[in-house]
Design a protein around this ligand. Structure first.
Ligand SMILES: NC(=O)c1ccc[n+]([C@@H]2O[C@H](COP(=O)([O-])OP(=O)(O)OC[C@H]3O[C@@H](n4cnc5c(N)ncnc54)[C@H](O)[C@@H]3O)[C@@H](O)[C@H]2O)c1
Length: 262
């Protein structure tokens, strides 16, 4: 069968129910909060037949600090020992730290943002890539942010910088390991309803001495679809990127933001 014909066949089986994810093995980092994006990604990938190991500093299947190289490599070794291969890595662990005012940003804010949002992604990717390469390929999805594509008023500038770096690293990984059939993409959520983020409007309301509902209204007013996203709506793109339907997509940074800030 020619390559084009094979691609068409794979896509047809995709349309009949994502069967093609079945049998894969993956890791989702930062997935310890049941209401949040990492858990939604793990749930959807499991529904599609992927064996998923979740990690977080606590609350997940394995306790792993993404900034600790030893913990990251032990985690990858354990997953390989238990499941024999690794097809998918979703770097979802992240942090939004510091003030939204540039002049108030501290060196510590910068270090933490870069450590978790960029170095953690690098350490986990470095740990899995050799095994993906040996196994004939894989898919890495880095959960960045809309603030990795543009500056946004409420986002701390150090976090914006770290998200742009995460998008850049995703493209560099895609370029270097494309020949090994390893794809790497960044997913860039706008405002998503998660347990962690739900406190943000209260915080802004307190700082600006306004009602929380007015903060939420103002935020929704800059989203074309008029509402925040749901974790499952981010997970849907992650699953697509990991599946054969996404086989020709690499090095992208895709917003899932309901048209925020258009
Ligand atoms: N919710 C949103 O609106 C939104 C928007 C843009 C980007 N994001 C990003 O999407 C991802 C998921 O966000 P979420 O809203 O579901 O929030 P979340 O806070 O549940 O996700 C982040 C997880 O990362 C974990 N984490 C932090 N530091 C870690 C470390 N050093 N090692 C291991 N785990 C660590 C946290 O414990 C947490 O469980 C994060 O990277 C977040 O920054 C979220």
């Amino acid at each position: 069968m020619g390559r084009d014909a094979k691609a068409k066949t794979d896509l047809r089986s995709e349309a009949t129910g994502m069967k093609s994810l079945s049998g894969m093995v993956g890791i989702v980092t930062g997935a310890g909060q049941s209401t949040d994006i990492g858990a939604a990604v793990a749930t959807l990938l499991r529904e599609r037949g992927v064996t998923i190991v979740t990690t977080d500093t606590n609350g997940a299947g394995m306790q792993v600090d993404v900034t600790n190289g030893d913990e990251v490599s032990s985690c990858v070794s354990e997953v390989l020992a238990a499941h024999g291969k690794l097809d998918i890595l979703v770097n979802n662990a992240g942090t939004s730290i510091g003030s939204a005012a540039f002049l108030e940003q501290t060196a510590t804010d910068f270090e933490i943002a870069v450590d978790v949002n960029v170095r953690g992604m690098m350490l986990f990717s470095q740990a899995v890539i050799p095994h993906m390469r040996d196994g004939g390929g894989g898919s890495i999805v880095n959960i960045a942010s809309l603030s990795g594509l543009k500056a946004m008023p409420a986002v701390p500038p150090v976090v914006t910088a770290s998200r742009f770096a995460a998008v850049g690293m995703s493209k560099a990984i895609a370029q270097e390991f494309g020949p090994d059939n390893i794809r790497c993409n960044a997913v860039c959520p706008g405002a998503v309803t998660t347990g962690t983020r739900d406190g943000a409007p209260d915080l802004v309301a307190g700082l600006e001495s306004v009602a929380t509902r007015d903060v939420i209204k103002a935020e929704n007013s800059i989203i074309a679809l008029g509402r925040r996203g749901e974790p499952a709506e981010i997970a849907a793109l992650v699953a697509y990127l990991c599946s054969p339907a996404g086989a020709y997509i690499t090095g992208t940074a895709i917003p899932v933001d309901g048209g925020m800030g258009l």
